[in-house]
Design a protein around this ligand. Structure first.
Ligand code: IPE
Length: 268
């Protein structure tokens, strides 16, 4: 039996809580409903949120994921960081308004990357806050990178790191689709919904699922993260955050539409 911590790690995708096409457009109503669902569920969890149009637009403009190229990017780094912090404050306020004791843990202060991969992390603060019954919230951010000077740490990578550390009951991606499809449902009418999958079934999906104009890798990066989570024996759920109560239902073990990717359990 693999030990799993009785808690969840949930990532709210930037395309759910913001309009990715409009600069700094926060979807307040969607966020407030998700805050309420989290409150109603009453579970121990860590929340991560994506950057959406608050982060991707400036990060792309200043080519931040390519690392240091010119001095102008220093301003772009700071600007992008301020934008994602602003989004983070809106998320915290929404959670707080439902009575959730949300507290922000900014990634740039607790981890370092090298060539976009995490090399140094200090996650004990998440544990300390959880032990005191807080709701720790972190987010896709710009961070220092030993090789590139700086780069971007997506919320998906944060989810992977936190799952490795905490081994939760489930890792949950709240996205703007019902779950995984055989191809991109936004452009392919024949895309088939995948209810259940194992790590092997994900192998062919990396190439066919497109990523939108993101500075991070969009869906293909997500698939890589899900494979790593599954190899730790932790289940991943993908669900639609635009549909009422799907997050609540998953957190409370009720039936609801979603994709489940089974964690691979090694038997010795
Ligand atoms: C991106 O984070 C962070 C920045 C662009 C600074 P994510 O990759 O997790 O954001 P979403 O979910 O795609 O919006």
């Amino acid at each position: 039996m693999i030990y799993r911590n009785p808690m969840f790690i949930v990532k709210l995708g930037g395309s759910v809580i913001t309009d990715k096409a409009k600069k700094c457009f926060f979807k307040q109503e969607v966020m407030d409903r998700l805050s309420l669902e989290i409150k109603k569920a009453g579970k121990k969890l860590i929340l991560i949120h994506g950057a959406g149009s608050f982060g991707h637009i400036p990060a792309k403009k200043y080519r931040l994921n390519q690392g240091y190229i010119d001095q102008n990017q220093i301003r772009g780094f700071s600007l992008t960081h301020i934008m994602v912090q602003e989004l983070n404050t809106m998320v915290l306020k929404s959670l707080q308004s439902q009575g959730l004791p949300a507290v922000s843990i900014p990634p740039h202060a607790i981890l370092k990357l090298s060539d976009r991969r995490p090399i140094k992390t200090d996650l004990h603060m998440f544990r300390s806050y959880l032990n005191k019954h807080f709701l720790p919230v972190t987010f896709g951010d710009v961070v220092l990178d030993e090789k590139l000077g700086f780069s971007i740490c997506s919320g998906d990578i944060l989810l992977q790191i936190l799952v490795e550390y905490f081994r939760p009951e489930k890792a949950v991606f709240v996205i703007d689709e019902d779950g995984l499809y055989s191809s991109n449902p936004k452009i392919d009418k024949n895309a088939v919904f995948i209810e259940n999958a194992g790590i092997k079934d994900l192998k062919n999906l990396t190439t066919i699922l497109d990523s939108h104009a993101d500075v991070t890798q969009g869906m293909s990066g997500k698939i890589e993260v899900i494979k790593k989570i599954a190899s730790l024996g932790v289940d991943t759920v993908l669900l639609n955050g635009n549909k009422n109560n799907r997050l609540y239902n998953i957190l409370t073990g009720k039936n609801t539409k979603h994709t489940l990717i089974h964690g691979r359990i090694k038997t010795v």
